[in-house]
Design a protein around this ligand. Structure first.
Ligand code: XIL
Length: 353
């Protein structure tokens, strides 16, 4: 086991494994690597999809980025291009330029696509959030959005984060425009509409800070229970897993939560994991980060209903953390030069078991 390999050895081993995998720096990314040398291939042996988010400008990025993106993952999530502000910037305009490019990229490599996200209070254009809507008007708008975007990718997006971040930290409903104007039912309606538009897609409710046990995860669980009881087409809970070196769920709490969700007949995916560090990132912090990734992956591997493990981009060169949380960074499993970090080796060693 090489859980915390010294960086120099780790880099050499990774470069060798990528070379053995036939990775190149071709214009459109590396050739698919032999399955058993990649994170995707190792995870497949556990019936687990290993994924990453990526952004639409991938084609212009460094060869190092393209090689890893093109070879290591079984599923990709467009980081921004399927959000409401991107897909429906005005009431009468639907726009899919970046989303279509990302879907085509993934399909060209046999990767699955996770759609993200149909209903969210953020990256929501002001024509929606600032409108003075009646309940019926906003229901019409929501239905049109959900059905149009889900139908666009029917049969191509295998899973959708239908509703994103509907709760506050204390477990009450977030007072988004949808909650305020439509009321509690907007969530069930969105799932129903998404299901009508793409009956084969797996439909998820996605949330952050609701991975372990607490008020917020209890609220997600209670809602899931209600939706299942009401026959709403929901198939899983997405656990975003944006955590820090000091704030993360224990493997045990995670597993307890995953298992109660399994008892409802629902899947549970890790959808956006990163572990942000207060900079500078020391070796000690990188080792702690590795064991946090490992603890989450261990829970996912132990839970029968955890089907996917997705990180929110893979290299510290392209992460949302530094601009959103000033002073934090180094949150992913490859460094800014695309060298594997201790977290990469910790993940690998869990998958190699
Ligand atoms: C982030 C993107 O990565 C950034 O590029 C963007 O500026 C803001 O949103 N939870 C989510 C994701 O569900 O959609 C967010 O993505 C990160 C937090």
């Amino acid at each position: 086991m090489r859980r915390y390999s010294p960086p120099a050895v780790a880099v050499a081993a990774f470069v060798l494994s990528m070379a053995a995998a036939g990775c190149d720096s071709g214009a459109d990314g590396g050739d698919p690597a032999p399955a058993d040398t990649t994170l995707a291939g190792l995870a497949a042996k556990h019936d687990l999809l290993f994924g990453t988010a990526f952004d639409a400008n991938f084609a212009t990025l460094e060869p190092g980025y393209r090689d890893i993106l093109g070879s290591q993952f079984a599923v990709v999530t467009p980081g921004n291009s399927m959000k409401w502000d991107a897909t429906q910037p005005s009431r009468t305009t639907f726009r899919y330029t970046n989303a279509d490019a990302q879907v085509a990229y993934a399909e060209g490599r046999g990767m699955k696509i996770r759609g993200h996200t149909l209903v969210w209070h953020s990256q929501l254009p002001s024509w929606v959030s600032a409108g003075n809507w009646t309940k019926q008007q906003l229901m019409d708008i929501l239905r049109e959005h959900v059905q149009t975007v889900a139908a666009r990718y029917k049969g191509r997006v295998y899973a959708w984060d239908v509703v994103n971040e509907p709760f506050e930290e204390n477990g009450t409903r977030r007072q988004s425009v949808f909650q305020r104007v439509i009321g509690d039912d907007y969530i069930a309606l969105a799932f129903q509409w998404a299901h009508e538009a793409d009956p084969d897609a797996r439909l998820y409710l996605n949330e952050y800070n609701a991975e372990g046990l607490g008020a917020k995860s209890n609220a997600v669980y209670a809602l899931a229970q209600q939706l299942v009881a009401a026959g709403v087409p929901i198939h899983g809970i997405g656990m975003q897993m944006h955590v820090t070196e000091t704030f993360y769920p224990s493997t045990n709490d995670l597993l307890v939560n995953m298992r109660r969700i399994e008892d409802l007949g629902l899947d549970v995916d890790i959808t956006e994991m990163d572990v942000r560090l207060q900079l500078p990132a020391t070796q000690t912090k990188l080792a702690a980060q590795a064991s946090i990734y490992r603890g989450v992956l261990d829970a996912c591997l132990a839970a029968r209903n955890c089907r996917a493990f997705t990180i929110w981009d893979f290299s510290d060169a392209h992460s949302w953390i530094p601009s959103t949380f000033p002073g934090f960074g180094a949150a992913l499993i490859f460094d800014e030069e695309y060298r594997p970090k201790p977290a990469y080796w910790a993940i690998r060693s869990a998958l190699e078991k």
